[in-house]
Design a protein around this ligand. Structure first.
Ligand code: NAP
Length: 254
């Protein structure tokens, strides 16, 4: 299939490279920043532009891999008639691109994607389409990205997105907070690498609720109050500590 990608960030890089690997042709990269468009286009052997008026009109699919807020702007600016257009966002309904084309869809990667990471992890893909013809084409396209492709409504996709934020964004942020804390206290963060690895490795064998440990689960008020004292100079982290401890307690003891 011939594809035009609008956007040059994490998802544009990932989809562009995976689709090319699977024999699709990325015809053109479109970005508001010409240098970004050129950089990605050169790695994909594609043409590029920073002008929506120069968009190639003979592609099979147009992928909007732009930030969520930019999707609304493109809905105002871009007119592609009957051409198939899909965005890649979890928390944006398919209706958000309804003015661009009558044939719309969504190709949402349920994964945390960073363009620096070249060995892409498995990426479950969730599709939505305004009609069967779009769905068939997006299914063919998604097979180039993933062996796990499912159909989900905008409402379901938003719920998956929320679950993904809890699993990935929040846990990653807690680890970033732990690292910053170690640095402030002149502790060796690398000593925590094994516990971080174990946290995620064992989820492949056990359900998360069965492997919880820690003072909040044990209702160990003495330890928790010592921890809170250590966080006295960091109001935010103290709040996070308290909220998550309460959540653990409620989950197991309510
Ligand atoms: N990364 C992930 O893990 C992930 C996972 C699932 C879904 N998604 C979804 O995929 C989409 C792209 O995410 P991403 O991570 O690839 O984002 P990103 O790396 O931040 O890249 C965003 C892209 O949007 C462009 N952009 C931003 N504001 C714009 C505007 N006002 N007008 C035109 N273009 C604009 C940026 O252009 P410039 O280069 O000019 O700034 C850039 O090319 C989002 O809808 C996101 O929710 C991301």
């Amino acid at each position: 299939m011939d594809i035009v990608i609008i956007g040059t960030g994490n998802v544009a890089h990932c989809f562009g490279h995976l689709l090319k690997l699977h024999g699709h042709q990325v015809k053109q990269i479109v970005s508001r920043t010409l240098s970004h468009a050129r950089e990605l286009a050169e790695t994909l052997n594609a043409t590029y532009t920073d002008d929506l008026l120069d968009i190639a009109l003979d592609a099979d699919v147009y992928l909007l891999a732009v930030s969520d807020t930019a999707i609304a702007e493109l809905n105002d600016q871009l007119r592609l008639g009957k051409r198939m257009v899909a965005h890649t966002a979890g928390a944006v309904p398919m209706s958000a691109i309804s003015r661009i084309s009558i044939n719309t869809g969504v190709v949402y990667p349920l994964q945390s994607i960073r363009k620096e990471v070249k060995n892409y992890p498995p990426i479950p893909v969730m599709l939505e389409a305004s009609n069967d013809e779009v769905l068939k084409r997006l299914q063919a396209l998604a097979q180039g990205i993933s062996s796990s492709v499912a159909v989900a409504t905008s409402e379901q996709r938003l719920k998956y997105h929320l679950a993904a934020v809890l699993c990935n964004n929040f846990t990653n942020h807690l680890i970033a907070q732990a690292k910053a804390y170690c640095e402030r206290e002149h502790l060796d963060f690398s000593l925590l690498h094994p516990i971080i690895k174990e946290t995620f490795d064992r989820l492949e064998k056990y359900p998360p609720e069965s492997v919880q440990t820690g003072p909040a689960l044990r209702q160990d008020e003495t330890t928790m109050s010592l921890h809170r004292e250590l966080l006295a100079g960091d109001e935010y982290l103290q709040l996070v500590y308290q909220v998550i401890s309460d959540a653990i307690y409620q989950f197991y003891h309510r």
